[in-house]
Ligand binder design. Structure first.
Ligand SMILES: [Zn+2]
Length: 342
C-alpha cells in the first residue's frame, strides 16, 4: 500500500510518500480502507520526537481516520465489511481497572493511532473493533475525519474535567486551532458565554460564526484586560488552555475567584509559574486533561449526526503532500482542521 512513513524524527521533509506492507489484523481488529485522515498537533510532536518518549521507527503517523471496513477479524461481531466508519484514535488495553470503569484515557497502555502504533496516513490501517464509531451519514469523509481527536479532547476538558455549567463564562484560547473551534461549539451547546482569542480579524470572524460571544485579538489587545472589561472585573469561570508559556499568565489572571483552569497541552512551551498565594486565596482549580474516553466520543458523534456539533475543515491536501500539510499546520494560519485525502 501507499503510505506516509518517517524513519527518523525531524522537519516535515522526513515524511516520505512510499510503499509500505499492508497491515495484518488480529482476531479482535478491523482493517480500514482510509479515505481521509486529519492532522493534529500531536502529528507534529510525533514527527519531531518527544523527550523521553521513544517512538518505534519507522512510523506511519495519523490519528483521525474515516473510511470503509474491508476486512474483519474472527472475533469481530458488531461491524461488517463494506461499512463506513470513523475510528476512535485512542487504543487501550480494554482490561485494566481504568478501562473497565470507562476511564480508558487513564489506561497505562493508552496510545493513539499514529503514535506508538501505526496510524491512518496510508491506504489501510488496522484498529480494534471497539474503536469503530457509527458513521455520521450527514458528513463527507474529510468532515468525519475532522471530528474525533479535537472534539474528544475539548469535550473531556470542558465536560469531563471542568464540569461546565450553563451560564459559566469561558475563555477559550486559540479559536483557530482544532481544539479551539471544537471547544467554542461545545461551550455554546452547554449554555456558556464564550470569550475567545485569535491573531487575525478573519479568524475572529469565523469564531463568531461558530457562536463565540466576545472576541479578543491577542496580537493587538491584552487578553487579561479584555476579559476584565467583558466580565465587569469578575473574570471567567473556566479558562480553556492549550497554548502554554505564551498565555499562562494571562490565563491565570483571567480567572474569577473559584475559577477552573483546564489544560491539555502547551504548544508554545511547558514552563509555567504560579504564585501559590494567588492559587489558595482565590480558591482556583488547576486541572489537567489528556485525550478523552471512548464513551465521550460516542456522545460527541451522536451530536454531530444531529447537526448540533459541526466539523470545521480548513484545507484538504492529497496524502502524497503530507509534508506540505505539516508545514501549513506548523504555520498556524489555519482555522479548523487540515485533512489528508487518501
Ligand atoms: Zn487499560
Amino acid at each position: 500500500m501507499k503510505a506516509i512513513v518517517f524513519r527518523q524524527h525531524g522537519a516535515p521533509d522526513v515524511l516520505e510518500y512510499t510503499d509500505a506492507p499492508d497491515p495484518t489484523i488480529r482476531p479482535n481488529e478491523v482493517l480500514v480502507r482510509v479515505r481521509a485522515c486529519s492532522l493534529n498537533h500531536l502529528d507534529l510532536w510525533v514527527r519531531q520526537g518527544l523527550p523521553n518518549v521513544p517512538i518505534p521507527l519507522p512510523r506511519i503517523p495519523g490519528s483521525d481516520v474515516s473510511g470503509e471496513i474491508t476486512q474483519i477479524g474472527a472475533e469481530v461481531t458488531t461491524v461488517r465489511v463494506g461499512q463506513k466508519v470513523v475510528l476512535i484514535p485512542g487504543v487501550t488495553c480494554g482490561k485494566c481497572a481504568a478501562c473497565l470503569s470507562g476511564q480508558d484515557n487513564r489506561c497505562r497502555q493508552f496510545t493513539n493511532l499514529g503514535y506508538m502504533i501505526d496510524g491512518g496516513c496510508a491506504e489501510f490501517v488496522r484498529a480494534p473493533e471497539v474503536n469503530c464509531l457509527p458513521y455520521p451519514e450527514n458528513l463527507s469523509f474529510e468532515e468525519a475525519a475532522s471530528i474525533p481527536l479535537v472534539f474528544q479532547t475539548a469535550w473531556h476538558m470542558l465536560v469531563g474535567r471542568a464540569e461546565l455549567q450553563p451560564g459559566d463564562d469561558v475563555l477559550i484560547l486559540g479559536a483557530g486551532s482544532g481544539v479551539g473551534s471544537a471547544a467554542i461549539q461545545i461551550a455554546k451547546f452547554f449554555g456558556a458565554r464564550v470569550i475567545t482569542t485569535a491573531g487575525t480579524g478573519q479568524k475572529l470572524q469565523k469564531a463568531k460564526e461558530l457562536g463565540a460571544d466576545h472576541l479578543i485579538n491577542h496580537k493587538t489587545q491584552k487578553i487579561r484586560e479584555e476579559v476584565r472589561r467583558i466580565t465587569n472585573k469578575r473574570g471567567v469561570d473556566v479558562v480553556f488552555e492549550h497554548v502554554g508559556t505564551a498565555t499562562w499568565e494571562d490565563s491565570l489572571a483571567s480567572l474569577a475567584a473559584g475559577g477552573r483552569l483546564i489544560t491539555c497541552g502547551a504548544t508554545t512551551g511547558y514552563d509555567a509559574k504560579i504564585d501559590l498565594r494567588f492559587l489558595f486565596s482565590r480558591q482556583l482549580s488547576l486541572l489537567g486533561s489528556y485525550m478523552g474516553t471512548k464513551s465521550e466520543l460516542h456522545t460527541v458523534m451522536k451530536l454531530v449526526a444531529l447537526g448540533r456539533l459541526k466539523p470545521v475543515v480548513d484545507r484538504v491536501f492529497p496524502l502524497a503532500e503530507a509534508a506540505a500539510a505539516h508545514t501549513y499546520l506548523e504555520s498556524s494560519s489555519q482555522f479548523g482542521k487540515v485533512v489528508l485525502m487518501v
